[in-house]
Design a protein around this ligand. Structure first.
Ligand code: SF4
Length: 381
């Protein structure tokens, strides 16, 4: 029911698609691809006795290879791509006096929330699809073309911290012309269960690496998993797009923390960019009411339905309300960002290659066709 699909904790009904994923993996006619969300790598270890906040990307990749996936892609690649498309949209909206504020659109629980509760505000979210949907459609177009595969033979599986991503993947807007961007969504907990079912000794797994074409990522993508991270990543890119100058200090402390609603200002050339951040749907409601009542002064707002953002998602290992666990997962993502050689999405070389070979340029016609979506008013609940 609708009530279930907007419930970010998803506690009411969790459809587990792992039997269908096992079937696809055992079907020799299917090319089965998997991708892993930013927040998963910072939490899955808790299912195997690791300390919260241990980053285990390499082991997850090797475990997925053992399960038999044909390609292991990274949702972080999609996060970098989302940032480039979203920053392009933000700059266009600011420079051409279009609808402001722009709201980030990668959290499907809050997108459903606005469709149900604020149908008069459907032009405020960015039209960008969420990162895993972008990776999904690119696997079935760009990658399929490179490998000479029929997109109908490709099965795309997303490993997500999130139960709302299951309902998102089923959205009509993301299942067009007989092709689903994403076929199945498994949560972090469901993947951990699959590793156990396959008798994989997780701690002994070697460090694997994502496959190209859709596997490279920057530090900006890593922080997508925490509240404030998406808008910080977008600001890094928007800054350079607007000023044409190099952004030397990429860390924006003013976006960080766990306060439910945060406000920050960033000077970008002549423009003072006003940013709002909210996590938790109660806080989202306050921000949306202000926009509806004409009281909002923000240019851009990030909203995440779960407390802490995706690190606290309903599909993650249970944290039972322990904020210290969320803080450790959050810190792990910030540390990961810091350790990356590139920390701005528009410096992701494989994303740049994607534009050069396939998408032409950010915001192009084909980019809109594949990477953007639309929203519509849904029955009030
Ligand atoms: Fe899913 Fe993240 Fe939104 Fe929570 S904050 S509902 S985990 S996308």
């Amino acid at each position: 029911g609708q009530c279930v699909s907007v419930c970010p904790t998803g506690a009411l009904a969790e459809t587990n698609d792992s039997p269908k994923v096992w079937r696809a993996l055992n079907n020799p006619d299917k090319h089965v691809i998997v991708q892993v969300a930013p927040a998963v790598r910072a939490a899955i270890g808790e299912e195997f006795g690791y300390e919260p906040g241990t980053i285990l990307t390499g082991k997850v990749v090797s475990g997925l290879k053992r399960l038999g996936f044909d390609q292991i892609f990274d949702t972080n690649f999609g996060a970098d791509l989302t940032i480039i498309e979203e920053a392009t949209e933000l700059v266009d909206r600011i420079q051409n006096n279009k609808t402001l504020p722009m709201l980030t659109s990668c959290c499907p629980a809050w997108v459903q929330f606005i469709e149900h509760q604020f149908p008069e505000l459907l032009d405020v979210p960015s039209s960008c699809k969420s990162p895993h949907e972008m990776v999904g459609i690119l696997a079935k177009t760009y990658y399929a073309k490179e490998k000479n595969l029929d997109p109908k033979d490709i099965v795309m599986v997303s490993i997500m911290p999130c139960t709302a991503k299951k309902a998102e993947a089923a959205r009509e807007e993301l299942n067009k012309d007989g092709i689903s961007d994403v076929d199945y969504v498994l949560t972090t907990r469901e993947l951990a269960r699959m590793f156990k079912e396959a008798s994989i000794d997780f701690k002994k797994l070697p460090e694997g690496e994502f496959d190209q074409l859709l596997g490279e990522s920057t530090g900006a993508a890593a922080i997508f998993g925490t509240t404030g991270g998406v808008i910080e990543a977008a600001t890094r890119t928007a800054y350079e797009m607007i000023t044409g100058k190099e952004l030397k200090e990429v860390t924006f402390e003013q976006f960080r923390g766990l306060e439910g609603i945060r406000e920050a200002k960033v000077q970008i050339g002549d423009l003072e960019l006003n940013i709002g951040i909210a996590h938790g749907l109660g806080n989202a409601r306050k921000i949306l009411e202000d926009i509806r009542d004409g009281k909002s002064h923000f240019h851009a707002i990030e909203i995440m339905a779960c407390p802490g953002g995706c690190i606290g998602g309903g599909g993650q290992p249970y944290h039972h309300g322990h904020t210290d666990i969320l803080l450790k997962r959050q810190q792990a993502l910030y540390d990961l960002d810091k350790s990356m050689p590139r920390r701005k999405s528009h410096e992701n070389e494989m994303v740049l290659k994607l534009y050069k070979d396939f998408l032409e340029k950010p915001g192009s016609h084909i980019a809109h066709e594949l990477l953007h979506t639309s929203y519509s008013a849904k029955e009030r609940i």
